[in-house]
Design a protein around this ligand. Sequence first.
Ligand code: SF4
Ligand code: SF3
Length: 552
Amino acid sequence: MEENQMFCFQCQETAKGTGCVLKGFCGKNSSTSKYMDLLLFVTRGVSVATDLLRNNNKVVDKGVNNFVIDALFSTITNANFDDESILKRVRNGIVLRSQLITQLKNRNINVPDVYEISWSGDEATFDKTASIVGVLREKDEDLRSLKELIVYGLKGIAAYMEHAMRLGFDDDSLHVFIQKTLATIATKEMAVADWVSLVLETGNMGVKAMEMLDRANTTSYGNPEITKVNIGVSNKPGILISGHDLHDIEDLLKQTEGTGVDVYTHGEMLPAHYYPAFKKYSHFIGNYGNSWWKQREEFESFNGPIVFTTNCIVPPSANASYKERMFTSNATGFPGCKHIYANEDGHKDYSEVIAMAKNCKAPDEIETGEIVGGFAHNQVLALADKVVDGVKSGAIRKFVVMAGCDGRMKNRNYYTDFADALPKDTIILTAGCAKYRYNKLALGDIGGIPRVLDAGQCNDSYSLAVIALKLKEVFGLDDVNKLPIVYNIAWYEQKAVIVLLALLALGVKNIHLGPTLPAFLSPNVTKVLVENFGIGGISDVESDLESMGLNS
Ligand code: SF4
Ligand code: SF3
């Protein structure tokens, strides 16, 4: 590959539906993309070493696990645009890798002859190395497809684990799996069928990671409950917090209490309102705006500081007034934005953000009213009798899972039209930012059950699986696919990839995935997914309603 070129095809908005080669459609520079390739390369090297150490009964330091999780998360779409912060991770990885290789050599353990291990790590070779260790290093299209599918699944697992770990929950078997899998990718040649098995194993681990995060969130903050969330504003200055990290919003709510500064959620942080532990804060006003891609207009009118706890960041335009008001944390980064680090206890100090907010105007009102959510598994199962009666009486004909991501492409209007056109005896089950395509439509209710049940963030898709498995039990079915549930899922980035793999691992079939199928699925791999799991794309609303048995 020529220098200054890049190749990335990990998200749904990839250029021309094939791959970004000059600059990311997301705004990622080619330099950032290459340093991310280098970071993943170093992370594979670290993993080859830890896998060998574990195979020889040696304990691996927790710091190494943290490095791998953070490295994977920081390369997720729209998480980090800051070359310096990626390079810092690369340098840390090189140090860790050398220490681990020394440990192996001291114990006379043979290290495999792969470039991930033999690369000198010399700074002068960063650019050159970065341009040969990316996605295209694998020449076989099908193997590349399967390996990247697995890596994107691992990125999703890492993201969900990081949130759980920040709340004191962890599972060594997940770290072992991630590192073993990265080592396998770096060192092993396997048949296509074995890579397909590893894809499914990744899905199983995704279920485990989402279950752990669900446990972490609900143990720390209570079970989400039915909640009306205000979408208007107060007359006080506010701080807008986006992303998925609940530990961060807890710190922010505590530190803003009594300061005269209000707190609002944006995008994927909306479900924080559903947790009992956060409801007690009277200055936790509501949700401002919509999903991530509306940032450029909504952050202008918000007027106050914005804290990113995770993806998705949209690079602000050159004349954006809010760039100085942007703060990043955790795996996120943006050049010129202040990064808020956690202290030794994992807490963050928001005093600078709060001081800035005090000098800002209150947000401009862009919407008024309320939206309803909080239908995670505990709440839905509390309504189980009502739900089951609805199905038995025929009042509820089908559930339609429309979870996943939102994105900026015009063809996502499909999801608004699809939700709107669904017959009135259907209920939408959702999670993730995909909901913003239809959560403000007046879709009504069925016997008091809203027709859009929002379980929460994309990771709360786990809740939807728990609900499905419970319904299977209640109806005495032997197969989850016999339930009156259809799946029309929207994807954008790699967390949606692990949600999809988790559903496949749970045996869910006939999932429709849109608005387009991933560019990283080769024709042959797509064929495997179609034949074994009935995965399909979408077409137009009318035909899809018909093919999913949803006509009026
Ligand atoms: Fe392109 Fe998506 Fe990769 Fe960004 S994350 S560079 S848009 S494929
Ligand atoms: Fe949205 Fe980025 Fe994926 Fe957590 S915030 S679902 S796109």
